[in-house]
Design a protein around this ligand. Structure first.
Ligand SMILES: [Zn+2]
Length: 468
């Protein structure tokens, strides 16, 4: 408040100094106004007091008023995608609004259609739902076992609400609501929380067990062994007991529930045979890759293995090279024992030159690569490429089987250079990784050091695990 609450305001001063008033009148006028001012103040105070009392009574009276509960919500609250464990059992109940609520989860080999039929939804309703669903969701490629939904139907059996949550991408549920005559669908994009985490493990028997003990699953290990270090570390022969691996990576959560791994930002394998750093870096043109401490790519034209390390049931060894099959024709290749159906990928980019049955090879894929290289993948149970097709490195080309001359399911893999067989293990011996563009190096080094420093934090929760 301003000064004139305590002193006469400017306009009052003009009046008091007016030559039309005698001095005495001035004096009387002053004492007169101070009495009035005091009286008004008291009156205002009383008024405020009464007002406050009334207000207080009104607040106290609210909950006591019958028939007017303060938070009555007559409409059903918006259902968030259901993620609780009881979603695995189909249940139904009657809601207060007389909508029947059905929750169900797709089983193995299940479809949304079969699930709706199982829950006795009418054919016309299923058709209408499918029509709406089609706009935002591909039921053939995007629905998987474990997906769950909540369906609400009214007493006439008409669908009023349908929310479908894919198990693998719960942040992208489908929401369908009835708008008078039609159902309208939308695909939501819910936020996921990204947490940066670190682990440091020591190999006792193998890396998969070490990472599992640290509380992470095989998906993370697969990405480390097959994707990041797939061309530079042979995880069958290189690891030794006591080798260490440190990883800085992202984990995505939804409402506190782990959904999937995000990016692996840094991985450092420190072993007796190999010491390899891999740092994730994405440049200004959105090209990304993994680089060693000097900023040279850890990728190579060839991967060391044509299938996941985790799927290989017996280790590579020179002894496992086949004995001579025919006179003077040595069997040159590597056999990987793995269960039927295991995915087989192209170790390098190239063109498929053969895809079909071929004698003792059984179902065979042959790929021609740049610089006179050729690879063969034999005994497949299934071929997933066609002759003439271009394939990228790591593209799935078939599945392990035992077609042709094979006593058990395994992959027979051959690598040839200019028609001569070579040991796939030695393919990258001399190869060097592509260096990062010079202009990105300072930024890369900053990121490398920031993420590497995370591994050496004293509060790293995995350090004591590794030291056990
Ligand atoms: Zn073989």
């Amino acid at each position: 408040m301003r000064k004139w609450l305590f002193y006469p305001p400017p306009n009052t001063a003009v009046i008091t100094h007016s030559p039309n008033y005698p001095a005495r009148f001035h004096k009387n006028m002053r004492s007169f106004s101070s009495i009035w001012f005091g009286a008004i103040c008291i009156f205002v105070l009383i008024l405020v007091g009464v007002r406050f009392e009334l207000l207080y009574e009104r607040i106290a009276a609210v909950p006591a008023t019958p028939g007017h509960p303060p938070t009555l919500v007559p409409v059903e609250p918006v259902q968030l995608p259901f993620t609780g464990p009881d979603a695995t059992e189909p249940t139904s109940s009657f809601a207060a609004t007389a909508l029947r609520v059905i929750r169900d989860t797709l089983n193995y080999d299940d479809t949304i259609y079969h699930s709706l039929k199982r829950n006795k939804i009418g054919e016309a309703q299923i058709l209408a739902l499918n029509q709406a669903l089609k706009d935002v969701f591909d039921t053939r490629s995007e629905s998987h076992p474990g997906d769950h939904y909540i369906l609400k139907i009214d007493t006439t059996g008409t669908i009023q609400h349908f929310s479908y949550t894919p198990e693998k991408t719960p942040e992208r549920p489908v929401l369908i609501v009835r708008q008078t005559a039609r159902l309208s669908a939308q695909r939501l994009q819910l936020p996921l929380e990204t947490r940066l985490e670190t682990i440091e493990v020591t190999i006792v028997d193998n890396l998969f067990n070490a990472i599992s003990i640290a509380g992470e699953n095989d998906v993370l290990t697969d990405r480390l062994t097959d994707d990041i270090f797939g061309a530079v570390i042979d995880f069958i022969v290189d690891p030794r007991v006591g080798d260490r691996m440190g990883v800085v990576f992202e984990k995505m959560y939804q409402n506190g529930r782990f959904i999937r791994y995000g990016r692996i930002l840094l991985a450092h394998y420190q072993g007796r045979v190999v010491d390899q750093l891999a740092v994730y870096y994405e440049d200004a043109e959105k090209n990304w890759g993994y680089y060693d401490e000097k900023g040279q790519s850890v990728a190579r034209p060839f991967l060391l293995q044509p299938l996941s390390y985790r799927r290989i049931s017996s280790p590579f060894s020179r002894k496992r090279f086949h004995p001579v099959l025919k006179k003077n024709v040595p069997h040159l290749g590597v056999d990987y024992a793995a269960s039927t159906g295991t995915k087989v990928w192209a170790t390098a980019r190239g063109y498929v030159t053969y895809a079909g049955r071929k004698g003792s090879y059984g179902k065979l894929v042959e790929i021609e690569h740049p610089n006179g290289y050729r690879t063969r993948y034999a005994h497949l149970s299934r071929i997933r490429v066609k002759k003439g097709q271009a394939v990228k490195q790591h593209a799935v080309i078939g599945n392990v089987g035992m077609t042709g001359r094979a006593t058990g399911p395994h992959l027979h893999y051959e690598l040839l250079k200019n028609g001569r067989h070579i040991n796939p293990r030695n393919i990258n011996r001399q190869a060097k990784g592509e260096p990062l563009q010079k202009r990105y190096l300072p930024d890369f080094i900053k990121q490398r050091d920031t993420h590497q420093a995370l591994l050496r934090r004293p509060d790293n929760h995995q350090i004591h695990l590794a030291d056990r």
